[in-house]
Design a protein around this ligand. Structure first.
Ligand code: IMP
Length: 198
């Protein structure tokens, strides 16, 4: 069985591959198709974005397709940047710019008011129209400064208080055990078993 990942994000692909190790499936992604069409993520809700991407690419690729839309919701910012996390520092902003903008906006805010949650919504859509949507979340705190070199996105400024480390200081296996994406994908695994050997 072939599973198509409707993302170009290398970090997400690495984590999903690791989580699906042992499944008898060949995994491809948008990174294998540089000329594939773009799907604009202009929904106001994660669910709208993942379903739009997964439905489109399930037809385009003719394969079972997994899409992921994630965001960081900061308590002090009333849940922002949320669904707009990728563009927090502007269209085309990179991870570093987004992280720096968030640290600037929380300057002087004490640790206990820096709570945040990473949210991940995943959709699995088959070419014949079956659809499943799952969600996972991971609570933590925004760090006072960037720390760690692993992971991607906001990982260097997202602290897991119980570990006293940012997610960028964790191994991929440790991150997958507690992350929003790990939790969402573990829910989908039961459904995936219907399609692929395990
Ligand atoms: P999108 O789901 O690709 O739209 O990502 C939304 C934003 O959240 C991007 O800035 C990502 O880098 C960031 N993001 C998504 N998942 C993670 C994660 O696991 N760790 C850190 N940042 C993430």
């Amino acid at each position: 069985m072939e599973l198509f990942l409707a993302t170009r994000n290398e970090g997400k692909i690495r984590e999903i591959r690791e989580l699906l190790k042992g499944y008898d499936t060949s995994i491809t992604s948008l990174r294998d198709y540089p000329n594939a069409p773009e799907v604009v993520e202009n929904g106001e809700a994660y669910r709208d974005n993942v379903l739009k991407k997964a439905r489109f690419f399930a037809r385009w690729a003719g394969s079972l397709t997994l899409a992921d839309d994630s965001g960081l919701e900061v308590d002090y910012l009333q849940g922002r940047p949320g669904v707009f996390s990728a563009r927090y520092a502007g269209d085309g902003a990179d991870d570093r710019e987004n992280n720096r903008k968030l640290l600037r906006n929380l300057k002087g805010i004490p640790r206990k008011k820096r709570g945040a949650v990473f949210r991940c919504v995943m959709a699995l859509v088959s070419p014949w129209g079956d659809e499943e949507v799952v969600e996972g979340e991971c609570r933590g705190q925004i760090a006072l400064e960037e720390r760690g070199k692993r992971g991607f996105g906001y990982d260097p400024i997202f602290v897991i208080p119980r570990y006293g480390k940012t997610v960028a200081e964790l191994s991929i296996a440790e991150k997958n055990r507690l992350s929003h994406r790990g939790k969402a994908l573990r829910k989908l695994k039961k459904i995936l078993k219907r399609y692929v050997g395990a």
